[in-house]
Design a protein around this ligand. Structure first.
Ligand code: 13P
Length: 253
């Protein structure tokens, strides 16, 4: 049985005070850690404070990006060693917004995944197709390519502990969710890629999230599907009450 994992992706939202208020609002209402992994991926500048704020809670803190080198002359970047040094547990890698707006390539994502593992950070590796690619029938091919590239050079044991996230680009922030069956089909295709590359056991262990307009109203159906083990959530993770509802649904899935 794969434990569900709900990760909020706050993107570039919230003031510092709002971030702290959010933690205060959820800290005593978090479901049991045995039932669901709860993660919030916050803007980098808030990470040190949020890690301290959540020390005694079931909430884990994640970053939204990082460089693949541990140090160097990379003005403005944040390194995996820096994240690990303040006890950040997760990092989102290869989000479509970073691929599309910041020219992040499959090769860079692969290097970042390696750097995350070296530093003991769990990567949440994103993949997903554009509307044009979906309409052309190339969804499975697109995500297979992204996942194969991201996982190149890893062992089955390493892959088993990663988190993969299927986020159709056309469903992000648009209110359009893939149907639960469509989302499940693509998550299943991703699991088949993992099986081909790393074997049945690894494919059965690796957790695959769906992301794209996930909200309390649709999470139950999504999580009822065989290959969907959690959600990567933008908008609905910004309010404490809707984030808690998502966690509750996952804890009871
Ligand atoms: P929304 O939930 O706002 O559609 O965002 C999805 C996403 O990009 C999470 O990484």
């Amino acid at each position: 049985m794969r434990k569900p994992i709900i990760a909020g992706n706050w993107k570039m939202y919230k003031s510092f005070d709002e971030a702290i208020d959010f933690i205060d609002a959820i800290r005593n209402a978090l479901p049991d850690k045995d039932k669901v992994d709860a993660v919030v991926c916050a803007p980098a500048i808030y990470l040190p404070a949020l890690v301290v704020e959540t020390e005694e809670t079931a909430l884990a803190i994640g970053a939204q990006n990082m460089h693949f080198e541990n140090e160097g002359a990379f003005t403005g970047e944040i390194s995996p060693a820096m994240l690990a040094g303040i006890n950040v547990d997760y990092v989102i890698l290869g989000h479509s917004e970073r691929r599309e707006m910041f020219n992040e390539t499959d090769q860079a994502v692969n290097k970042k995944v390696r750097a995350a593992l070296t530093n003991g950070i769990v990567p949440i590796i994103c993949c997903g197709e554009t509307l044009e690619e979906r309409e052309a029938g190339s969804t499975a091919q697109k995500v297979a390519g992204q996942i194969t590239a991201a996982l190149a050079g890893f062992t089955a044991e390493e892959v088993a502990h990663m988190v993969l996230a299927y986020e159709p680009i056309w469903a992000i922030g648009t209110g359009k969710t893939a149907t639960a069956d469509d989302a499940n089909e693509t998550c299943g295709a991703i699991r088949s890629v993992v099986e081909e590359l790393f074997g049945t056991e690894t494919a059965a262990e690796v957790r695959i999230q769906y992301g794209g307009s996930v909200k309390p109203e649709n999470i139950v159906e999504l999580l009822s599907k065989e290959h969907i083990d959690g959600a990567l959530v933008g908008g609905a993770s910004l309010q404490a009450d809707s984030y808690l509802k998502l966690l509750e649904a996952a804890a009871n899935a």
